[in-house]
Write a protein that binds this ligand. Structure first.
Ligand SMILES: [Cu+2]
Length: 151
């Protein structure tokens, strides 16, 4: 119980100190969350939706819960997972309301698995900036490369 309480209080304190030292809450979130291999697949001509991938590592002491994403080039962004339906052998996408990343855990959005589904896409020019939103009210801007159709 004591341990739990410490964890609960740890993060706000860290946020506070970092806010004072660096002048922003976003900077703190950036230290806690490492994002790599962020890429958005280029548009297939004639379509306006595509997918985005990234690897998220939680280096903080508390769970991080990704609840949404948005970006200037997109009408909407959803988090999806891909599952194989046993009876038919077909791949099916399902929307995720949230994605939890435990302390020390790495979560991958990758081909054939979880991905960002990007709707109503305009032109894609690098870097594509996507804002990741977390349940605790923090957010982080991530630069995505534009990937070829096959990679
Ligand atoms: Cu999808």
């Amino acid at each position: 119980m004591l341990c739990l309480r410490l964890l609960v209080f740890y993060r706000p304190l860290t946020l506070c100190l970092t806010a004072i030292l660096s002048g922003g809450l976003v900077a703190c979130a950036e230290q806690d969350l490492q994002v790599r291999d962020a890429g958005v697949r280029t548009l297939v001509p004639g379509t306006d939706k595509t997918v985005g991938y990234m690897v998220l590592e939680n280096r903080s002491q508390v769970p991080m819960i990704l609840v949404g994403a948005s970006g200037r080039e997109f009408r909407a962004i959803e988090m999806h997972t891909t599952k194989r339906v046993e009876e038919t052998g077909m791949m099916q996408m399902r929307r995720l309301k949230e994605v939890a990343i435990k302390p020390g855990e790495t979560v991958r959005f990758e081909t054939g698995g979880m991905h960002l589904m990007l709707f109503g896409v305009q032109e894609l020019n690098e870097p594509v900036v996507i804002e990741l939103q977390f349940q605790d009210g923090t957010h982080q801007y991530v630069n995505f490369d534009v990937l070829g159709l096959v990679h």
